[in-house]
Structure formats: structure tokens, C-alpha cells
Design a protein around this ligand. Sequence first.
Ligand SMILES: Cc1cc2nc3c(=O)[nH]c(=O)nc-3n(C[C@H](O)[C@H](O)[C@H](O)COP(=O)(O)O)c2cc1C
Length: 124
Amino acid sequence: MYESMFGNTRRIAEAIADGIRLQRPVSLIPVGQADRLPADVDALIIGAPTHAHGLSRPESRAEAVVWAGNEQKHLKLDDAWSDSGVREWLADGSPRSAGWSAPSRRRRSAAPRTPSRSSPRTRA
Ligand SMILES: Cc1cc2nc3c(=O)[nH]c(=O)nc-3n(C[C@H](O)[C@H](O)[C@H](O)COP(=O)(O)O)c2cc1C
């Protein structure tokens, strides 16, 4: 699943999918069409462009649209761009396929407990 404003992340996602397809069936889904995932997902790879050192936001995507309108930047909006990105997709959190929910909802497991150092020792 990928997000892409200008097509760079899409091209990388396509190359990754081409590689995986040599071994296993693979679906390539733009984030704007990822409301529901196939029910039989074994692994999910997510790709998104860096916007202001992180995932895109509505404001940064709007800026990308402005950049694409500037002839001097030689940028073109990708057919698959959408006004909702991976940040929103992860935050949404609703289960999108049977038995799978977005990682943002999962809790980190607690650190394993180690034996207490203060437990009294007995001497022979
Ligand atoms: C608003 C905006 C902010 C960006 N901020 C960063 C950034 O902080 N760091 C970076 O390396 N690239 C940044 N970029 C560049 C994009 O990550 C880069 O153009 C990327 O290849 C775009 O991928 P896409 O074609 O799939 O949208 C920014 C691009 C835009 C439009």
C-alpha cells in the first residue's frame, strides 16, 4: 500500500511488487483506495513520501499540489495521489480486513521481568 504525490513512491512500490510477484501473489493499492484490504493479507508493506521530516499532512499535500502547479519545478501530480495519506490511514485504526488491525492500535508488550536483585540469599 503506498502514498505518492509525484509518482516516486509509486514507482518504488511497483518495483518492490514486481520483485515479490516472482514468489507470491501481490496487490498494489494506493492509500486512497485502501479502505478495505483483501481478507487474506499475509504481510503489508507501506510506503509514503517524506514531507517535512515525516508522513505527509493535509497542509503538506496541499503544498505539493501548489508545487505541481509551478512550471519551474517540473513536477506532475501522480494519477494515484489522494487528499488522504498514510498518516490518516494509520490513525483511522478501524480493522480493514478480517483478523487484522492497524499497527497503531497494537500495544507494545511489557519488557520481560528479570529476577529481583534484592532477593535475600542464604549462606551455607
Ligand atoms: C511539502 C513537501 C515537503 C517535503 N519534505 C521533505 C523532507 O522533509 N525531507 C525530504 O527528504 N524530502 C521532502 N520532500 C520531498 C519528497 O519526499 C520527495 O519529493 C519524494 O520523492 C516525493 O515522493 P512522491 O513522488 O511519491 O510524492 C518534501 C516534499 C513535499 C511536497
